[in-house]
Write a protein that binds this ligand. Structure first.
Ligand SMILES: [Zn+2]
Length: 106
């Protein structure tokens, strides 16, 4: 924490994280629905469809984050960089906190 604006804020891409959060939230709701279907709590609930629904939402969230967040200077995709290199529990925080592009350092 050096008090300088994060790279996401500087490049005006914070809203893309919000979209990611909404997609994850939708995925969690669909997962809850899937669990309810599996447990027979939903009448005529289809396990296959509800499984595809929550996996699809989660997949869409990660695809969105990977391709939506781009460095305006070098065109690299920092979200993808952190997904590959950072710990799976901290990569979101690292992405949120980064102060410069992991590829070009701008
Ligand atoms: Zn860059």
């Amino acid at each position: 924490m050096k008090g300088s604006p994060t790279w996401l804020k500087r490049t005006g891409q914070t809203w893309k994280i919000l979209v990611f959060g909404v997609l994850i939230l939708v995925g969690m709701v669909l997962f809850g629905f899937f669990v309810a279907v599996v447990n027979g709590k939903v009448e005529d609930g289809d396990i296959m469809y509800s499984a595809f629904a929550f996996m699809g939402a989660a997949f869409a969230a990660f695809v969105w984050l990977t391709f939506a967040i781009r460095c305006p200077e070098c065109g690299s995709k920092p979200a993808w960089h952190f997904m590959r290199t950072a710990h799976h529990q901290t990569w979101v925080q690292e992405l949120l906190r980064m102060e410069d592009c992991p590829s070009c350092r701008r």
